[in-house]
Design a binder for this molecule. Structure first.
Ligand SMILES: Nc1nc2c(ncn2[C@@H]2O[C@H](COP(=O)(O)OP(=O)(O)OP(=O)(O)O)[C@@H](O)[C@H]2O)c(=O)[nH]1
Ligand SMILES: [Mg+2]
Length: 471
């Protein structure tokens, strides 16, 4: 354990030295970390950000663009030869095609490098030629992010905590019953390990369809080529007494450790250790629509993930990030086009309250933070309708289910985020006043003018915060 963590930090510091030298001498690289649970909007965000950086007509808030200093933008071969390329063209074509579609859920990691040629500012700006700045972004399945919370736990700790949240869920009771019936101190038998792991994995699939956010380990949902391997054949078991070598308990513990060190650590080490800027995407509206339990489940999942970044802590991530502070963190509520703009401040307020701890900690350690509401791809237009003598601020779009156009009022979000977050924390089953609706809109049919990227809300503001100072 000590040796592996030492090795982690040694590799990290060698890497950061060589990064710094090459970046100072040659071309700066901004590594943007896109953090978000499953379906939070990562793939759509990356696709639209890249499209809007290539065609910058809708990016007036990006100051380098407003100042006419971005000379060119182009996609480059990515730096990592072993990671598939982010399929930008296919995702964009699906969003902009004659029958616009959202991208499928991401099943594997991929990467993209966008390079910008920028005219420098300042006294020497006019004398020097344009500089090149690279932006590296990776996309990955949101499910895998939850594994971050597992890294700093022992098997017994993980079992304990997992049993707590499983206990609160109706649909987990079958798995829990099966796990209770197994004697975990008895000698390990592969058949019973496999049976438990299978039941646990199928429960996680159910949990996902029920809208729970805490559904880890992530590879149980998306195993890829690891399906059936021992590193994925474990489950949370009731642990009361210490058990002997060769017992089911010990074998599961060994596999859990293998999962951590062979599957989870390499993923975070390869893709998260060199991040300078981070955007945390949260589908707060989706959770609010699902109810107080979903909001609390999401809040606790996010807080576990974000606490792994805590500077100065001894978490795996903090160790590999050591010496390289994340300079800026943007907390963004996604899919804001589900709301009329008059409600965006309330959504941002909820986002701020949800990520308050993480944001305070980041600021304390010197990072710049911001919260905002954005839509990576705007699928609606705004409309004010009269209803029962009242004016309602609605949004209009094409419903995903029926393909029909509809105007829709999602309900009024409270000014004070605690009106939602407090009952969620206290375990309320439904919202007391009011119901919050979310419609699923299909991407709008678009015809873009030359030089224009897809329509969005505040994507330019997000880009300015994340990379504006480097352009
Ligand atoms: N209206 C609207 N819907 C959005 C927007 N961004 C994402 N969505 C919706 O959210 C869904 C999920 O978005 P993705 O970008 O695939 O989410 P993800 O974080 O990549 O999800 P995983 O790959 O499963 O981790 C999409 O299929 C859309 O239905 C947006 O800007 N506006
Ligand atoms: Mg995705």
């Amino acid at each position: 354990m000590v040796i592996s963590s030492l090795a982690d930090s040694v590799t990290r510091s060698v890497e950061s030295v060589s990064d710094t030298i090459s970046e100072a001498l040659f071309e700066p690289v901004i590594r943007l970390g896109v953090t978000g649970l499953a379906r939070s909007g990562k793939t759509v965000f990356i696709t639209s950000l890249v499209a809007n950086l290539l065609d910058r007509g809708r990016m007036p808030q990006l100051s380098a663009q407003a100042g006419g200093r971005i000379v060119a933008a182009y996609l480059q071969p990515q730096p990592d030869d072993t990671v598939p390329r982010f399929d930008y063209e296919t995702h964009l074509a699906a969003l902009l095609g004659p029958d616009p579609q959202w991208p499928d859920s991401t099943r594997a990691v991929s990467e993209l490098r966008l390079s910008l040629k920028v005219q420098p500012t300042g006294l020497l700006g006019g004398l020097q030629g344009p500089r090149t700045v690279h932006l590296d972004i990776i996309d990955y399945p949101g499910e895998w992010l939850l594994d971050l919370g597992l890294l700093d736990k022992s098997f017994d700790q993980w079992c304990d905590e997992t049993w707590k949240w499983l206990g609160e869920r109706e649909s987990a009771q079958d798995f829990l019953k099966a796990a209770r019936e197994v004697d975990v101190t008895a000698p390990h038998e592969e058949a019973s390990a496999q049976d438990l792991a299978k039941r646990f994995a199928s429960y996680l699939q159910v949990a996902r369809t029920e809208g729970y956010y805490r559904c880890s380990p992530g590879r149980f949902l998306l195993p890829g080529d690891l399906a059936g391997s021992p590193a994925l054949t474990f489950a949370p078991i009731p642990v009361e007494t210490a058990s002997k070598r060769g017992s089911l308990h010990r074998e599961m513990e060994r596999r859990f450790e293998a999962y951590k060190s062979k599957v989870v650590k390499p993923f975070f080490r390869d893709h998260f250790s060199r991040i300078d800027r981070q955007i945390v995407l949260v589908d707060a509206l989706g959770a609010i629509h699902s109810g107080p339990e979903a909001v609390e489940d999401m809040r606790s999942a996010m807080s576990e993930i974000l606490s792994a970044y805590r500077p100065g802590s001894n978490s795996f991530l903090a160790r590999i990030l050591r010496g390289k502070r994340i300079e800026k963190i943007l907390f963004a509520a996604t899919k804001a086009d589900h709301l009329h703009h008059t409600q965006h401040p309330q959504l941002t307020g909820i986002m701020q309250a949800l990520t308050r701890d993480a944001s305070d900690r980041a600021r304390f350690s010197g990072a710049d933070t911001l919260a905002l509401s954005l839509a990576s791809l705007r699928a609606t237009t705004e409309e004010t309708l009269k209803h029962d003598g009242r004016e309602l601020d609605c949004v209009r779009g094409t419903l995903l289910e029926t393909g029909k156009q509809a105007a829709f009022y999602p309900g009024a979000l409270p000014e004070d985020p605690n009106v939602l977050l407090a009952p969620a924390r206290e375990g309320a089953k439904t919202w007391l006043d009011g119901d919050y609706q979310v419609m699923n809109f299909a991407p709008a049919q678009l015809s873009l003018k030359p030089g224009e990227g897809p329509p969005h809300i505040r994507l330019d503001r997000a880009a300015e915060f994340l990379i504006g100072d480097k352009l």
